[in-house]
Design a binder for this molecule. Structure first.
Ligand code: GLA
Ligand code: ZN
Length: 679
């Protein structure tokens, strides 16, 4: 595998640096370098919002200031992640060229201003971006201080999520459809347009889905989402090609958690390394466990995209300024939350931002260096202490990466389809459902990957596929092969319902034979009004809102085992959880949503049977989690998200990575402490 950061194989520590705001204050820029060294910063991201300083007038370039800064940083041992500046357009561009600006679903074109709001189709903006990207690459792309390209900034990160409804985009969408379907007959069939007499008779009748127009054709909605994501991906690829013209440094984009508009699995293929911006809501609740679980899930997704270490590209050292309440990280939380990212596979802790801007929308966003107090702050001291700790663990941690033997299916196209469903429940809550299956693994200390329907399942002992409503062509066959060869696969209610066009599958469930289940009714209830329970592992568990009524399909050779049945209502006695042997493996079917404890009990049993428990499984008190990065010498991160100290009994003796201290038996973890252990 291509070495991630060839030129600097260490854990990175630093963040977004905006010297363009301080070019008339040379003393500030000098002080920055001094303070960066004090904070153990070894890497900054530059140029993200510099377009107007790099090209103040159309076609007139000023790269000298940036080169000087990269030089000076490099001389001081600080590397640069160099950004292409397409995230925010200069006035000369957005004022002069209407075409560059995005059009909303209401058909209104944006006025100049704000950011992340270009039309991804416009040939004009593509030309302008290509030009500045190439110039940047030609002049600075081979600088020894530059270790990575940061392509644009948070693609799609504005209120429209990257969607543009302008005429150019409409035209490009129609062409995309034409290429995909070849004929209107094919399109009409795939979109089932005879319904309500919406048959298209000419390509130019097709318009993007908008609230005051057509939003009822699910195939149209799904294709539009595919197109929007693909168009942004194409824009990104054009930027990559532009910088590659003069530079072979690796490329990344800064992603945003489970960001619905963009199918990151597809983006991942054209990137060398994944990076993302993490802003969890710490201290929102009296207990940080839920927040920690969500953050872990996001980190896990990022690692899963390439099954490789990723970079935490942005995080705040203290507060953000865009939530309704912006709470300071309590002492210790900065270190813990940063190390959580590393524990899940990040090779960096980067911040937004190094120095607070003096004006503008983000002047009160947290930063390493404060307006007034400079470095004489608790935040600065905590950042510096973390930087020092990262230096101490770098050699042990950098060569490792988490390796999961279990996977959870999380598929973007399924997400789009399932949330557009107009079916059993208004909010099908796909992401929440997936997280409810992730939570038990996280609590049990068992590494898990997210995969999509196109990914290989090879190497996983267990694959859970919650609410996999849409089956891409070939998916069912791949699942069958996986189970035949010995895999364990868990399907749930409302899976395999539609094909890739969101058309209901009329024959039996594509996995009926393997699962041994015939589904009949999908029920959605208010549980308080129609409570139900299911038996499992000697207990009764509450059933949730979605409950499927299904029947066992008799198979004399491989009978279906009913592991749990409903205990009430007209489907009392019907299967709630089944298992069937198939080939060398087994397939489970979960017919309903159930309370949290049920899933934990289920996965505890399954991971045990599949032989994939972790060393700490069964030993972790509430709020304490463990992640394991594998390598010649594995590293465990034992993290306490509780506000109180807790004791953990170690499964065997360990050494601390930093000072080789031997630990065994019971250890006490201070509030928010993270122990980094090896054997
Ligand atoms: C995003 C952006 C940054 C900044 C931060 C603030 O991640 O990429 O430019 O606006 O949010 O939290
Ligand atoms: Zn457009």
């Amino acid at each position: 595998m291509k070495k991630v950061i060839q030129d600097y194989p260490h854990l990175l520590h630093g963040g977004d640096y905006n010297p363009e705001q301080w070019l008339d204050c040379p003393q500030v820029l000098e002080e920055d370098v001094r303070l960066m060294k004090e904070a153990h910063v070894n890497c900054v991201s530059l140029g993200i919002f510099s377009w107007a300083k790099l090209e103040p007038v159309e076609g007139e370039y000023h790269f000298g200031w940036l080169r000087k800064i990269i030089d000076r940083l490099y001389e001081n041992g600080i590397y640069t992640i160099l950004a292409t500046p397409s995230g925010a357009m200069p006035q000369w561009l957005s004022q002069h060229y209407d075409e560059a600006r995005q059009v909303g679903p209401d058909g209104v074109r944006n006025l100049p201003g704000r950011r992340h709001n270009f039309c991804p189709t416009s040939p004009l903006i593509r030309r302008k971006v290509k030009k500045i990207d190439r110039e940047l690459s030609r002049r600075l792309g081979d600088h020894p201080g530059v270790i990575l390209w940061h392509i644009s900034n948070e693609y799609g990160g504005n209120r429209l999520g990257g969607e543009c409804h302008c005429e150019l985009c409409q035209e490009a969408f129609r062409e995309w459809l034409h290429k995909k379907y070849k004929t209107l007959d094919n399109l009409n069939h795939a979109w089932w347009t005879t319904f309500w007499s919406h048959t298209y008779t000419s390509w130019d009748q097709i318009h993007s889905p908008v609230p005051h127009g057509e939003i009822g054709i699910h195939g149209l909605n799904l294709d539009w989402k595919r197109f929007v994501s693909g168009q942004m991906q194409d824009f990104c690829m054009a930027e990559i090609r532009a910088v590659r013209k003069y530079s072979d440094k690796p490329v990344t984009i800064n992603m945003m958690e489970f960001f619905r508009p963009l199918n990151y699995y597809k983006f991942a293929k054209q990137l060398d390394i994944i990076s993302w911006d993490s802003y969890p809501q710490w201290h929102r609740e009296p207990d940080d466990r839920e927040t920690a679980m969500r953050a872990a899930a996001c980190h896990t997704l990022m690692r899963s995209l390439k099954k490789a270490p990723f970079l935490l590209m942005e995080s705040t050292p203290s507060i953000v300024n865009w939530k309704d309440v912006n709470t300071q990280k309590r002492p210790g939380m900065h270190e813990l939350s940063s190390l959580q990212a590393v524990a899940c596979g990040s090779n960096s802790v980067q911040y937004f931002q190094w120095r607070k801007s003096r004006g503008g929308e983000e002047k009160f966003h947290g930063a390493v260096v404060d307006h007034r107090n400079g470095s004489n702050t608790r935040v600065f001291r905590e950042v510096a202490a973390l930087g020092e700790r990262l230096e101490r663990i770098s050699d042990a941690v950098y060569p490792t990466c988490n390796r999961a033997r279990a996977a959870i299916l999380f598929d973007w196209e399924n997400w789009w389809a399932v949330e557009d469903i107009q079916g059993p429940r208004k909010d099908m809550a796909y992401l929440e459902t997936v997280l409810s299956h992730f939570r038990p693994f996280w609590e049990l200390g068992i590494e898990v990957d997210f995969i999509n329907e196109e990914d290989s399942m090879e190497g996983y002992a267990l694959v859970a596929a919650p609410l996999a409503y849409l089956y891409q062509e070939g998916y069912a066959e791949r699942v069958k092969k996986y189970v035949e060869e010995g895999g364990c696969y868990l399907a749930t209610y409302f899976s395999g319902v539609v094909d890739e066009n969101d058309l209901c599958i009329l024959e039996r469930h594509p996995l009926e034979e393997m699962l041994g289940i015939r589904t009949e009714e999908m029920d959605a209830v208010v549980p308080e009004s129609l409570p139900n329970t299911l038996s499992f592992a000697g207990k009764s568990w509450k059933a949730g809102q979605l409950r499927e009524v299904s029947h066992v399909v008799e198979d004399a050779e491989n009978p279906v085992e009913v592991l749990s049945a409903y205990e009430q209502d007209y489907y009392q006695g019907f299967p709630a959880l089944t298992r069937k042997k198939y080939g060398k493996g087994s397939a489970l079917y979960l017919a309903c949503e159930a309370e949290e404890g049920f899933l934990k009990a289920l996965y505890e049993k399954l991971t045990e049977e599949c032989g994939i428990r972790g060393e700490f499984t069964g030993r972790l008190p509430q709020g304490v989690v463990v992640s394991r990065r594998d390598g010649d010498q594995p590293v465990w991160f034992l993290q306490n998200f509780n506000r109180a100290a807790v004791q953990v009994e170690l499964p065997f003796s360990f050494h601390t990575v930093e000072d080789g201290r031997a630990l065994e038996g019971n250890v006490t973890l201070r509030p928010y402490e993270c122990l980094i252990l090896t054997n």
